[in-house]
Ligand binder design. Structure first.
Ligand SMILES: C[S@@+](CC[C@H](N)C(=O)[O-])C[C@H]1O[C@@H](n2cnc3c(N)ncnc32)[C@H](O)[C@@H]1O
Length: 406
């Protein structure tokens, strides 16, 4: 008779509470893909699964919650004034395009639908001619999101075209109009790299043998990473980690290609390439969020954790390609002020005695949207083709508006 094997150290030391905390419905799928790929997948592929796995991805899930009830709060969820102010910008773009009788108003990555709903509400009330000309289209990568967006917009009385981003990008022909997005590009998968001397390494995701995930380094998975930095003429600092948003660049290339004449307004956390890859930035910008708290480990609880990073505006602007002009990115805090937030707050203050509670809530929202340590840090990249980018309202310095008239 064989003797039973003595208990292993693993048995004595295993932390089953930690394992329970890490396990999610998506984890077996990630582990399965790692096994079929020979032991590791690029971090970008992990991020694509974590956010976009058709059943268990963060954005694909039917039960995703937005705003305060969710894991993080975006500007359209803070207050509808965000959408009202950007609708003013949309109207100006339409005017600069010569007030066409039909123009496309396209929002990729539309979240709960709150941004498009607010823009259309403002246009309907304050700019009826522009509203009549607008052909709104809401794009998303996930059928559950599209369904929720359709319901949210219909509930407010708006019939809007809904499509998977991929389907809209593959349609033939071009449009005249405005593509406007908020925190869309920073939700697309990014490669994670590290510079070591003259070499670039890439970080992959592997299984640690205990049923959890771990990072492991290797050679770049695609020559596109080296080409990306070569095109920029720079590298991250020695020893620094950085993200390379190849999917974001490709998405911008294809979105811009569908616009014959018009504007692409990108509202996102991001920097110019020189800022993003500055030698002092050692840890990159990758962040994981759950219930409004930053999480130390981006691999933990995949599918239940939001992952995001800061986009490279230089590469996004260049990706737009022939005929496109870009203005230097401006901070959301400034853009919203010149689009009318400052004036709206003055008007609200004058009415404060009518409803003090509402005034307090509006004021809090304005502060949140312009908080220099929070949402106010988001920047706006304006691109134009076949119409001027210079002088666009959202790009104007606040001082110019405050200079004496005459
Ligand atoms: C950070 S959320 C922002 C949502 C919304 N714009 C807002 O500001 O509240 C990112 C959005 O992009 C969508 N998304 C993620 N990956 C996508 C993809 N590959 N194609 C299109 N949309 C995608 C998500 O479903 C989600 O609606």
């Amino acid at each position: 008779m064989t003797q039973p094997a003595p208990p292993s150290d693993d048995f004595a030391l295993a932390d089953e509470f930690a394992l329970a905390a890490e396990s999610t419905p998506l984890l077996p799928h990630v582990l399965g893909e790692i096994a079929s790929a020979g032991g590791r997948i690029p971090f970008a592929r992990f991020m694509a699964l974590a956010l976009g796995h058709p059943e268990h991805g963060y954005y694909s899930r039917a039960d995703l919650r937005w705003g305060r009830e969710g894991d993080y709060e975006t500007s359209p969820e803070v207050h509808s004034i965000f959408g009202y102010l950007w609708a003013r910008q949309v109207r100006e773009c339409w005017e600069r395009l010569g007030r066409p009788s039909e123009f496309a108003l396209v929002e990729p990555g539309a979240g709960s639908g709150a941004f498009m709903a607010a823009m259309l509400t403002w246009l309907r009330a304050r700019a009826p001619e522009c509203f009549a000309a607008a052909r709104p289209t809401v794009l998303d990568g996930h059928p559950n999101r599209i369904e929720a967006q359709r319901r949210a917009l219909l509930a407010r009385g708006f019939e809007v075209e809904h499509a998977l981003t991929e389907d809209w990008l593959s349609q033939p022909g071009q449009v005249t109009g405005v593509v406007i997005s908020n925190e869309f590009f920073d939700a697309l998968p990014a490669h994670l790299v590290e510079r070591r001397g003259d070499d670039l390494l890439e970080w992959y995701v592997t299984a640690d043998g205990q049923g959890a995930l771990a990072l492991v380094e290797g050679a770049p998975s695609t020559p596109a990473i080296e080409a990306y930095f070569k095109g920029l003429g720079l590298l991250p600092g020695d020893g620094a980690r950085a993200e390379v948003g190849l999917a974001a660049v490709e998405a911008m290339r294809r979105l811009a290609a569908r616009v014959e004449r018009g504007y692409v307004l990108t509202i996102d956390y991001g920097y110019t390439a020189a800022e993003l890859y500055a030698s002092w930035r050692k840890q990159g910008t990758l962040m994981a969020f759950r219930r409004h708290s930053p999480q130390p480990d981006p691999l933990a609880r995949p599918g239940l954790t939001d992952l995001t990073y800061h986009v490279d505006f230089t590469s996004l602007a260049r990706a737009a390609g022939d005929g496109w002009q870009a203005a230097p990115p401006v901070a959301q805090s400034e853009a919203l002020s010149v689009l009318g937030l400052a004036a709206a707050m003055q008007a609200a203050a004058a009415r404060a005695h009518e409803d003090a509670q509402r005034y307090a809530a509006d004021r809090r929202a304005a502060e949140t949207l312009t908080d220099p340590a929070g949402l106010g840090r988001i920047r706006v990249l304006a691109l134009a083709r076949g119409a001027p980018v210079d002088g666009l309202r959202c790009l104007q310095p606040i001082e110019t508006l405050m200079a004496p008239q005459g």
